[in-house]
Design a protein around this ligand. Structure first.
Ligand code: AMP
Ligand code: FE
Ligand code: FE
Ligand code: ZN
Length: 283
């Protein structure tokens, strides 16, 4: 009998390596305090937190699955894909990540230039909100607006000046999800669509195309998924024998999402662990 997997498992959490507000070691500490047995660190478009999280997990006996939440885009619709257990040194996946991260920098600077027409906020103010070479995003701009007393919190910034339909918005490069899923799979990783039944759900034809190139499953337990969309995707998952997960999408103080508010069934965790061959989990 194999040893039981650490549980409960929360396979989608962010740190200061992207837009979470706690360092990887602090996220591990908080996960332990919340009673979790296993987390996946899934910062946006980076593996920058893996080492620190692994050291903290080893020290506290917390299970850790290395991962990332990759940005993709199809017909102007943003899609987030969680990748688990991929090889971080895989050349094509690493270059894809680098391209997204680099473009995010110029994009954020242009967005801030647009904002500065009406809001007293500078690029320096935004960089002051970013930890090291974290993947930069609108949350850091939101934090600069909060620090300047211009909005109360990130949510107000997203509903106002950072809204995609607003006057200041600028997008960034992101690969087509087909190319992304192919790259994750080629790097030994497991690809799961994050919050797939939230706003801007992919049409069935696009989902089928992703399954054809190796998509492993859906994150069905997520606060942004609608009930109807979740039920629909659950049928597709059952028909194709896909993995389904549940997770918090914890961002520290950056979002109300609480560690462990959704968790993943141990049988599904086991399937992810056996499918991922590009890096090692810590169990
Ligand atoms: P970006 O990728 O730079 O366009 O920014 C999107 C990120 O902002 C996502 O990763 C979300 O986690 C975060 N985000 C989106 N809406 C909100 C919100 N209302 N409050 C806090 N964070 C948000
Ligand atoms: Fe985020
Ligand atoms: Fe996401
Ligand atoms: Zn996320």
């Amino acid at each position: 009998m194999p040893a039981p997997l650490p549980s409960p498992a929360d396979l989608h959490v962010h740190s200061t390596c992207s837009d979470g507000t706690e360092a990887p070691r602090e996220v591990v500490r908080q996960a332990r305090a919340a009673g979790l047995g296993l987390i996946a660190l899934t910062d946006h478009d980076t593996v920058g937190g893996w080492e620190e999280a692994a050291t903290a997990a080893r020290a506290t006996g917390m299970g850790l699955v290395p991962g990332a939440e990759f940005s993709a885009k199809q017909r102007g619709r943003g899609v987030h894909v969680l990748g688990y257990l991929f090889d971080p040194t895989d050349a094509s996946l690493a270059s894809l990540m680098r391209r997204v991260r680099d473009d995010r920098l110029g994009r954020a600077e242009r967005l801030v230039a647009n904002l500065s027409r009406d809001f007293p906020v500078t690029w320096g103010d935004v960089l002051a909100q970013r930890s090291g070479d974290a993947t930069i995003g609108r949350p850091h701009i939101a934090d600069a607006l909060v620090a300047a007393g211009l909005v109360a919190d990130r949510d107000e910034a997203f509903r106002g000046p950072l809204h995609p339909a607003g006057a200041y918005y600028v997008g960034h490069f992101a690969p087509d999800p087909i190319d992304l899923v192919r790259a994750i799979v080629a790097a030994g990783g497991v690809a799961i669509i994050a919050h797939p039944a939230g706003r801007g759900m992919l049409p069935d034809s696009a989902i089928r195309a992703l399954i054809d190139v190796g998509l492993a499953g859906f994150e069905l337990g997520h606060r942004e998924n609608t009930a109807a969309g979740t039920a629909h995707l659950r049928e597709i998952a059952e028909a194709h024998g896909l993995i389904v997960t549940g997770s918090s999408d914890y961002h520290g103080a950056g979002k109300p999402n609480a560690l462990g508010e959704n968790t993943t069934d141990p049988a599904m965790v086991a399937r992810i662990l056996s499918a991922g061959t590009g890096s090692e989990p810590m169990l």
